[in-house]
Design a binder for this molecule. Structure first.
Ligand code: ATP
Ligand code: ATP
Length: 568
């Protein structure tokens, strides 16, 4: 008999500031050595389940608990946070919220220092785990100098050295580049196998998590558990669609083609999946190729940009590109490659050492941040770095208030934007009561309300469920069709394929490719250099013997977009 390590029985939780409970009648048992994925729409209560496991509820977030939650056989109500932290190690959704040390090395070592290890042993373990996450070159670096994905890697390393029974990962992939995401999932898998720890992963990127074996998937919707099944069973069902969770692309393509997706067809991984090749080929031949957009004049031009934070290390080397008015372009590349730095250079937060920036042909290299903000809006990677007000309405209105607009106009514009961003029902809420995904939408709203001509979004859909992902992206597409140019930094290869016909790839501070997204995501050399990932659609097409797999990818994307637009 396997030992139960986590047991929820008729468990309910209500945040003190909420009228209704966030979790209702949760009954769930996880056993020793199990690897379980929790999925669900944004705001469904996934992180709240996680907070109950690691003690943030009730120690940091107050509220009412009824029913029972036992961890390692002990009722959590009877435990203090210190005893819980000895049992559950957590990687939080927002890595900034959990750093303890000043440098990367110190932070990773912290878990070990707590357990009073010998110095030599400590150094060697810190070295080993930092190598695992490819951060061994940064042990002396200060944490605030790291890129978003580098921070996420450090958080992963920190929890790997924890001597705990349960590892909890809340959106571990959110800021990671695709290749590192795959590596992180393999690492979690390896650690679980070597130590027999129980692993709980909360993640929207279902297809990426399924790169490794998962025992069960628990689907949470509106605070209750609506499914607790194996990955094959889940993918064969319609639950994901009903809960608006994105299916793996190859599964979706197979369904479009009319190929049966049953648990027996083993859909949880592209390598094990049996697809009806004839049906796929027939579907491909009957589907139209995507339309191409016409060329216009440049809106933003970067010419030979060089930049360094400190004289010893140049971060951006001679980057040039031109974005045309009305384009929607992705910037992709490895964690720490320099993507966010490029956005900071464009917005004027940092000055290039040399090179020029033009906006509609006019040199803006020496313009102030404020002057540029009139035309260029930036939505940053981490919403917590952007938010400065307590209430949602005030936050979104802030830019308009600073511009001195009349109150009536502010109200009208803010309300319109809140509706578009799906935040209208929350307009009078404090931001602290929102989930991470909801906060991200607040920051997008606060830029959109200013109506800039060019919007740069750093990971716009990280932490969003499929419904909100689609809503945000369709909204951006609509804006784009009205003439707003959109530049997106993203690690989401599907987003890149589906929404941005063109992509610019940065590796080691240099531009290594500038081509159609479909060409880039089927180019093994660029994929490898920039830590990107081939799309599973390509693998599916190859598996089905389709001679033009690249063309298959393009046609699927156009078709899928069409289908989803008609749904709305
Ligand atoms: N600190 C808090 N105080 C009050 N209410 C909260 C708090 N945190 C979350 N909530 C409420 O609980 C609901 C569920 O939030 P939770 O963070 O668990 O969702 P989630 O499923 O993890 O979402 P996401 O995928 O967007 O991260 C939210 O809609 C919000 O209303
Ligand atoms: N304030 C800073 N001081 C010194 N170095 C920094 C600073 N901010 C970033 N860096 C370094 O600059 C490099 C590029 O960082 P940047 O944030 O632009 O990467 P990125 O491509 O956006 O990465 P990610 O995909 O992880 O978000 C990284 O090696 C990072 O360590």
């Amino acid at each position: 008999m396997k030992k139960p390590v986590i047991q929820f029985e008729h468990f309910n939780f209500k945040y003190r500031t909420q009228v209704d409970p966030t979790l209702h009648d949760i009954n769930l048992t996880l056993y020793e050595g199990e690897k379980v994925l929790i999925v669900g729409p944004s705001g469904s209560g996934k992180s709240t389940v996680g907070h109950c496991l690691n003690g943030l509820i009730p120690f940091s977030y107050k509220g009412e608990i009824t029913g029972s939650l036992k961890i390692m056989g002990q009722e959590t109500k009877d435990l203090d946070i210190f005893s819980l932290s000895k049992m559950v190690g957590t990687v939080l959704q927002d890595p900034d919220g959990q750093f303890i040390g000043l440098t990367v090395g110190e932070d990773i070592a912290f878990a070990l220092e707590n357990d009073v290890r010998e110095q030599d042993e400590m150094f060697s373990i810190v070295n080993d785990v930092s190598k695992m996450v490819d951060m061994d070159g940064y042990l002396q670096s200060s944490l605030h100098q790291l890129s978003g994905g580098q921070k996420q890697r450090v958080s992963l390393a920190g929890v790997m050295v924890d001597d705990v029974d349960i590892l909890l990962f809340d959106e571990p992939l959110a800021n990671l580049d695709p290749a590192t995401g795959k590596h992180a999932i393999q690492l979690i898998d390896r650690i679980q196998k070597e130590t027999n720890k129980t692993v709980v992963i909360i993640e929207h990127r279902l297809e990426d998590v399924l790169e490794c074996h998962i025992d069960r998937i628990v689907v949470v919707d509106k605070g209750t558990i609506v499914a607790d099944v194996t990955p094959d069973e889940l993918l064969a069902s319609s639950i994901l669609e009903e809960c608006n969770i994105r299916e793996p692309l190859y599964v979706r393509a197979a369904k479009y083609a009319g190929s049966d997706v049953t648990a027996e067809s083993k859909p949880s991984h592209i390598n094990t999946f049996t697809v009806n090749k004839d049906k796929l080929l027939t579907w491909f031949e009957a589907t139209n190729p995507p339309e191409r957009k016409k060329k216009t004049e440049p809106i933003l031009e970067l010419k030979n940009i060089h930049f360094s934070y400190s004289p010893s290390r140049e971060i951006i080397h001679n980057v040039s590109f031109s974005i045309e008015k009305g384009e929607m372009v992705s910037i992709a590349g490895k964690n720490g490659a320099g993507k966010s730095t490029l956005a900071s250079i464009i917005c004027g937060f940092v000055k290039p050492n040399s090179g020029r920036i033009l906006f509609k042909g006019e040199d803006i290299t020496n313009d102030t941040i404020k002057e540029r903000a009139e035309r260029i809006g930036l939505v940053m990677q981490n919403p917590n770095q952007m938010i400065s007000k307590h209430m949602i309405f005030e936050e979104v209105a802030l830019g308009l208030v600073l511009r001195g607009l009349p109150e009536d106009e502010i109200k009208e514009r803010v309300e319109k934007t809140l509706r578009i961003c799906g935040l209208y029902p929350f307009r009078n809420w404090p931001i602290s009561a929102l989930s991470f995904g909801q906060k991200k939408r607040v920051t997008i709203a606060s830029i959109l309300v200013l109506e800039p001509e060019l919007i740069i979004l750093d990971e716009p859909t990280a932490g969003q469920d499929f419904k909100h992902y689609t809503e945000i992206m369709e909204f951006l597409t609509e804006l784009n069709e009205q003439g707003v140019t959109i530049l997106m930094i993203t690690h989401d290869m599907h987003l890149m394929l589906e929404y941005t016909p063109r992509a610019i790839v940065i590796a080691g501070g240099e531009k290594i490719a500038d081509d159609t997204s479909a060409n880039i995501l089927t180019d093994r050399d660029v994929i490898e250099k920039a830590n990107l990932k081939e799309t599973s659609l390509f693998d599916l097409a190859v598996k089905a013997g389709i001679e033009e797999p690249r063309e298959f990818v393009g046609r699927f994307i156009a078709f899928d977009k069409e289908v989803r637009t008609t749904w709305q």
